[in-house]
Design a protein around this ligand. Structure first.
Ligand SMILES: *Cc1c(COP(=O)(O)O)cnc(C)c1O
Length: 370
């Protein structure tokens, strides 16, 4: 028998969340379309699995790697595919064209490569998402670079359809509209002197902006975490946003220890029993993707009831408190996150975000689609 750990991926929930993202966007713009952001192996859920679940509903798929884009094409995906970091060298462009990919262009260097690739003869132009840096200061064209960028664009022998894009740094913050207003203002100021830009479609909103700032939901929105049922907000849970959990990480109890007052549990003995304690040992550790930095006290569900972890997470196991759960015993089912225990709660106890939990799901964990 294999080790009793596994992850269930609820494909219907994924579809539900995608359709909900698009519905939020369409409250503002009836024509809005939504890139399903499936980077990082669909946030740990499996790229081809996510593509199969969304294949007949998604308007397009957005990711990072050329190889992943090609895998989607080979799996029969016909919708637009957007490379969120664009291309890395001139040679990539022929591959992008061959697979009919759309590209983000975030730097002057990329534009220069586009120009070089067009010589001696222009190729079929690719749809371009021109990424403006409106304050995230990660990728994107700055206000100072914009005149040179416009000249580069105008000098391209063949130009595909152009969309303007930016990314919000603080749409998940709790400061209300001001979290995004300053970036929107900078974005507008950057494009104000570019008359043609008034007609370009826009792509601005990530999950947080789609959910809280529908005024940013223009032509193409870019939902990521919400597809997987995670809330982008520390102050609002996923269920209240209408999202359903997609990944459930589950396991079983492998052993039970009855310990007396003063006994310790696990590496470093960081848990010391203050009362006679019944300890459950769960077949799940950091090598499965459970965060090692989750402290004792992190919520966990055993036999359908909530309790807390005890002590440090080991590579293959972790401990939990069964003192108040007399019905729990060997082989009792355990949910680490997902159904009945939002990943956001576990992430928050561990000082991280659900994105990181999902992406860290280890390859050794068998995945079952439901
Ligand atoms: C990852 C990413 C997204 C999705 O962000 P979420 O917060 O997961 O919704 C959107 N746009 C870009 C450019 C990204 O890199």
């Amino acid at each position: 028998m294999p080790r009793p750990i596994g992850a269930r991926i609820d494909l219907a929930a994924l579809r539900h969340n995608y359709l909900l993202a698009r519905e939020y966007a369409r409250r503002r713009d009836r024509e809005a379309r939504a890139w399903a952001v499936v980077k990082a192996n669909a946030y740990g859920h499996g790229l081809l699995r996510a593509a199969a679940a969304l294949g007949d509903v998604a308007d397009g798929f957005a990711l990072l790697d050329l190889d992943e884009a090609i895998a989607l094409r080979q799996a029969g995906i016909r919708q637009p595919i957007l490379l969120l970091e664009g291309f890395f060298e001139v040679a990539d462009l022929a591959v992008c064209a061959a697979h009919d990919l759309s590209i983000v262009v975030h730097s002057v260097e990329q534009l220069q490569m586009l120009r070089r690739a067009a010589q001696p003869a222009p190729r079929r132009p690719l749809p371009i998402y021109l990424k403006l840096n409106s304050g995230m200061n990660r990728l994107g064209i700055s206000a100072a670079q914009l005149p040179a960028v416009r000249r580069e664009i105008e000098a391209l022998p063949a130009l595909g359809p152009l969309t303007l894009m930016t990314h919000f740094a603080e749409a998940d913050g709790s400061g209300g509209e001001s979290c995004i207003a300053w970036q929107l203002e900078r974005f507008r100021a950057m494009t104000a002197n570019w008359p043609a830009a008034a007609n370009f479609p826009l792509s601005l909103a990530n999950s947080a902006a789609i959910l809280r700032y529908p005024q940013t939901a223009h032509d193409w929105v870019r939902p990521g975490i919400m597809l997987y049922g995670g809330s982008p907000f520390a102050d609002q849970d996923a269920a209240s946003l209408g999202l359903k959990p997609v990944m459930t990480l589950h396991s079983r109890l492998l052993a039970i220890q009855e310990i007396g007052v003063g006994e310790r549990v696990g590496y470093g003995g960081t848990f010391v029993a203050q009362r006679p304690t019944r300890v459950g040992i769960v077949a799940c550790g950091y090598a499965d993707g459970y965060p090692r930095h989750a402290p004792g006290g992190t919520p966990i569900v055993v036999g359908g009831q909530r309790t807390k972890t005890l002590g440090r997470v080991s590579m293959d196991m972790l401990a939990c408190d069964l003192t108040e759960l007399p019905d729990a015993g060997l082989n009792s089912p355990v949910v680490l996150w997902g159904d009945g225990l939002p990943a956001d709660e576990v992430a928050s106890a561990a000082g991280t975000i659900s994105y990181e939990l999902f992406c860290a799901l280890a390859r050794r964990v068998p995945v079952l689609e439901v």
